[in-house]
Design a protein around this ligand. Structure first.
Ligand code: PLP
Length: 364
């Protein structure tokens, strides 16, 4: 598999690029995409980089009916020297295969998948924006493509990688968000698909998200599906609390998505000798810490925002104001350090950066 070479068909025309200072997340796509097919007996085959284009697929394709699909999200960053680099991309390929396992999708060769991503980024490198805080978002995903209405694992799949230039998550500096604790709907339960990055988890989260948005909150904080007591995660982010000097985050329990940013935050805090623990955290504990003044900071972590400070938590009629609604010192320090590594401004003590290539000439 690894020595399979990728067929490259270059686009005859180049799209015009959106204004790098006015990029909207996930609306514009680069000139090329990567596609590879799977068929039972043949395995993964025909890896190709082709012009970005629509797919022609049968309306009976299994993904449309039963949702057998997985995805990933990572970014390519342009350093001030013009290098292009990825942040822990091998972790995304590992997690893709973990999601595949849960959704009964055949695994891909992780090294080959990373090679495909690097080649695609290299070809579309002039789409990696240079403006402060911008990046190229990379979306690998797999869909089941067998035309069959039976409920069973598909015998055919497509692995596709598309890419989109994205703007700075924080236009006016890192800004705290208001989060509502969800007490009616749940995202996942142990034994379900909460640990897998699959579209179905998002489909089932939309209802709760829509309701809290109308009430002025940006996302929901999910509680465990059995007791509705223990904290799981926020929308598309993992969550951290700083209580009395110690940073705590819910332990990965089978229903929480294992975020790569989450892992990076934990490793960085350990590197700095900041006390950090992964354990069960109840909403009652957070409420009490707030009441007795020991809840110092709260933040979400994910690829899109890196760190998203939480300025207010709404729970059972209580508005918990955290750190005066301002970004906490540690939240800011973690944000600055991780983004510093990503943009090549800070040294990379834990070896997280993977360079796509040495130098690039074209700037965007
Ligand atoms: C992707 C995702 C995260 C964050 O993961 P990162 O690897 O840090 O981007 C957290 N929760 C959910 C539900 C996710 O889909």
């Amino acid at each position: 598999m690894v020595d399979q070479s990728i067929r490259v068909e270059k686009s005859q025309s180049r799209k015009s690029k959106p204004n790098p200072n006015d990029l909207v997340f996930g609306r514009n796509f680069t000139d090329h995409m990567f596609v590879m097919d799977y068929a039972e007996g043949l395995g993964w085959h025909n890896p190709s980089i082709i012009p970005y284009q629509s797919l022609t697929i049968d309306p009976a394709c299994m993904v449309f009916h039963y949702g057998q699909s997985v995805f990933e999200g990572l970014k390519a960053f342009r350093t001030k020297d013009g290098d292009i680099q990825l942040f822990r991309p091998e972790k995304n390929l590992q997690r893709l295969n973990n999601s595949n396992e849960r959704l009964v999708i055949p695994p891909i060769d992780e090294e080959f998948g990373l090679e495909a991503i690097k080649q695609l980024v290299e070809l579309d490198k002039d789409w990696v924006p240079a403006a402060e805080g911008t990046s190229l978002y990379i979306r690998p995903f797999i869909i089941s493509t067998e035309p069959y209405l039976g409920v069973a694992p598909s015998h055919h799949y497509k692995f596709i990688v598309i890419m989109s230039p994205v703007g700075s998550y924080y236009k006016e500096g890192i800004n705290p968000v208001k989060i509502a604790v969800e007490d009616k709907y749940v995202r996942a339960v142990k034994g379900g698909t909460g640990e897998a990055k699959t579209g179905g988890n998002y489909a089932s989260s939309l209802k709760a998200q829509e309701i809290v948005e109308k009430e002025g909150y940006s996302q929901v904080l999910w509680l465990d599906g059995v007791h509705r007591k223990y904290i799981e995660e926020v929308g598309s982010m993992n969550v951290f609390f700083k209580i009395n000097g110690e940073v705590v985050t819910p332990a990965l329990n089978g229903s929480i998505l294992p975020g790569i940013t989450r892992d990076s935050v934990i490793q960085l805090l350990k590197h700095w000798d900041v006390p950090v623990s992964e354990r069960q955290v109840s909403m009652q504990e957070i409420f009490e810490a707030h009441q007795n003044g020991t809840l110092e900071e709260a933040f979400g972590s994910g690829t899109a925002a890196v760190i998203s400070p939480i300025g207010e938590l709404y729970w059972e009629g209580h508005h918990l104001n955290i750190n005066d609604g301002k970004t906490g010192e540690l939240s800011k320090k973690v944000y600055d350090y991780i983004t510093g590594i990503q943009y090549g401004k800070k040294e990379d003590p834990l070896n997280w950066i993977v360079k796509v290539e040495k130098k690039t000439e074209v700037k965007y």
